[in-house]
Design a protein around this ligand. Structure first.
Ligand SMILES: Cc1ncc(COP(=O)(O)O)c(C=O)c1O
Length: 464
């Protein structure tokens, strides 16, 4: 039997849906509109961070409160949250144990520039979970990446960094180098959208496609690279999973060229209790040299960590001792403060547990399979890629193999239509791509509500 032809969706239909759903949104959110008018006077772009104005809504959606898997906006509408602060709230909004720890610590002080007993608890929990013995604190995953890169350069004496096309590791300058998705053989360029970038990033940063081990080998053969910094699966250009054996071979090439391998697990911790690192260790018995984790690691308050192997730690100590006294360029005043350490220890030991991951991954599997079958029913050339508790639906028939394929599958108009349609039916997914994340509080009913809304959206987009 012949396969049914995949359906295409006309641009006019997409534009109609955007126009109608935008109107619906505005009619339902008078208080958000009023607040948006007020904040226009005091915040650049009318929002605390400029990209908060880039969501798919006609005005920013102002939130009143968030709890578990849900939030309520200032107009009193309730939403099921599948964005979860783009991972920050992966373990639910205000998890109870973290909220209790916050209350307790609020009477014990926030910041002294000195360690507390929680350092012992948190350090042990991190080492046991990820398998790397030594850890340091940062306040954001951006900073953790920045500091890890400094250590890598300091201990190897090499200046260059290799990243993968389509990567995002926060606003650390060095990673913003791109290939042209339409001509990947063209020289790498700096990301065109960067503001205020004054030095040439391509001097010390280079980029190849994910899953292209030959390209990695060709670059690292020069023995000039301090490290390869990557998410074990790309999650910021849509989602790209590692091909069978790719990470194992990446580890081997890094070993052969004395290049450090750094896994940024900020998002990929969704893969399981020990992140994707746990999968690599279980399947192939290897660990990266350094690991970054942030966002969700302390239950959603600003906190990030980075870990290193015994060897990296020895070399880091030697580099520090060999350097003159003074600023290292690593660390910030509030990183590792008393409050953060208390919440980190609590979140690791009481919230982000093995059983929480089992629940989350089972729910996400249900969600992903449900989406996939709705997509198939409507004969759309889309696919769903799952990474533990998170998944991404993408506008291409099979999961992309690299950043360029993921980029070429993006469709801003279609994305806007789908996001707005879902939002007006009480479902929020991550902006700027199509990620859904579930937390331990995401229930069977939440999944069913999502799937009903998704079905209605696709039915409308494909109806004749
Ligand atoms: C993989 C990865 N690393 C690091 C970061 C930076 O996190 P933050 O914005 O909290 O500094 C992000 C942000 O999205 C990310 O996706």
């Amino acid at each position: 039997m012949n396969e049914p032809h995949p359906k295409s969706i006309s641009p006019a239909r997409i534009q109609n849906m955007i126009a109608r759903e935008s109107e619906t949104f505005l009619s339902k959110h008078p208080k958000s509109i009023t607040l948006a008018e007020q904040t226009q006077h005091n915040f650049l772009f009318g929002v605390p961070l400029h990209w908060m104005a880039d969501w798919n809504t006609p005005v920013p959606l102002f939130v009143a409160r968030a709890q578990g898997a849900e939030f309520t906006c200032v107009d009193g509408h309730q939403f099921i949250d599948f964005c979860l602060g783009d991972t920050g709230a992966m373990f639910g909004h205000s998890p109870q144990a973290v909220a209790n720890a916050l209350k307790t610590q609020s009477e014990r002080g926030y910041t002294t520039m000195l360690p507390t007993a929680d350092a012992a608890t948190a350090g042990r929990a991190l080492s046991e979970r990820f398998g790397l013995p030594y850890w340091q604190m940062a306040t954001t995953a951006t900073d953790a990446n920045r500091f890890a890169l400094r250590w890598a350069r300091a201990i190897t004496g090499r200046k260059k960094l290799l990243v993968f096309n389509g990567c995002y590791h926060g606003t650390i300058d060095d990673v913003f180098v791109d290939l042209d998705a339409h001509d990947v053989s063209a020289p790498a360029t700096m990301r065109a959208s960067l503001l205020g970038q004054v030095y040439d990033l391509t001097q010390f940063s280079d980029v190849v496609e994910f899953n292209d081990i030959e390209a990695v080998k060709a670059k690292l053969a020069s023995n000039e690279f301090a490290c390869v910094l990557t998410e074990p699966a790309l999650t910021n250009c849509g989602m790209v999973l590692p091909a069978e054996g790719f990470l194992r071979e990446l580890r081997a090439v890094c070993n052969a060229t004395n290049t450090l391998l750094i896994f940024d697990e900020t998002h990929t911790i969704s893969a399981g209790y020990s992140g994707y690192t746990g999968i690599c260790y279980a399947q192939d018995g290897f660990l990266p040299d350094m690991i970054i984790a942030g966002k969700a690691i302390a239950g959603g308050i600003p906190c990030a960590v980075y870990g290193m192997s015994e060897t990296v730690a020895q070399r880091a100590r030697a580099a520090k001792e060999a350097a003159p006294a003074g600023h290292s360029g690593i660390g910030t005043t509030l990183s590792g403060n008393m409050l953060t350490m208390a919440l980190l220890a609590t979140n690791l030991n009481e919230v982000a547990t093995e059983s929480a991951f089992i629940t989350m991954i089972a729910r996400q599997t249900q969600l992903s399979e449900g989406m996939q079958s709705i997509i198939a029913h409507h004969q759309l050339p889309w696919n769903v890629t799952q990474l533990g508790a998170r998944s991404e639906f993408q506008f291409c028939p099979t999961s992309p193999r690299n950043g360029s394929e993921a980029e070429l599958a993006m469709d801003d108009g279609l994305e806007r239509a789908v996001h707005l349609h879902l939002l007006n039916r009480g479902i929020m997914i991550t902006p700027f791509h199509n990620m859904t994340l579930v937390c331990p509080d995401t229930s069977q009913a939440h999944i069913e509500q999502f799937l009903n809304a998704f079905e209605a959206c696709l039915a409308e987009l494909t109806s004749v």
